[in-house]
Ligand binder design. Sequence first.
Ligand code: GLN
Length: 185
Amino acid sequence: MKIGVLAVQGAFIEHERMIQSLGAETIEIRQKTDLNNLDGVILPGGESTVQSLLLDKLQMKQTLKGMIEDGIPTLATCAGLILLAKNIDNAPQSHLATLPVRVKRNAFGRQLSSFVTSQNVGSITDYPEVFIRAPYISGIESGVDTLCTHEDKIVGVRYKNQIGLAFHPELTDDSRIHQKFLEMI
Ligand code: GLN
């Protein structure tokens, strides 16, 4: 099983370690040819505007978008969720736009820019959620399942092959979300 982790910017190493600890192989996606022969894709946290610019510059955006639309299992966290979202409330344009949700960037306010809570994520109980300048999901279209909320805001969804999370499962010791993702493959 070969999981590609987008490695142009952001917190990709932590995802790689988590996936490797579960016995799967990872490769860092840094150029278009790295997209060949993958079984799954992870889009990490970081800065979505920078990641999107780099995807354009490296001419990877259309290929990656096509792979996700064709059904490759995809786990996206924080900035990754913003890359996937079809609409962004407070940004001029969307990026990969494969996930039929609306997100709001940096949505939890300055004082709450970083915080940790524990919640159920789908069938996973008491999962430690780490939020860092996180977005929330301000709207979903039909077919999108809500996995978890924080203070009435949606912070995790699944749509077909795509899991989008506003928080950072790779920054915890808890590999249950990555395990679930590998089970989608
Ligand atoms: N606020 C960042 C963005 O808009 C996301 C933050 C994160 O990934 N920790 O891209």
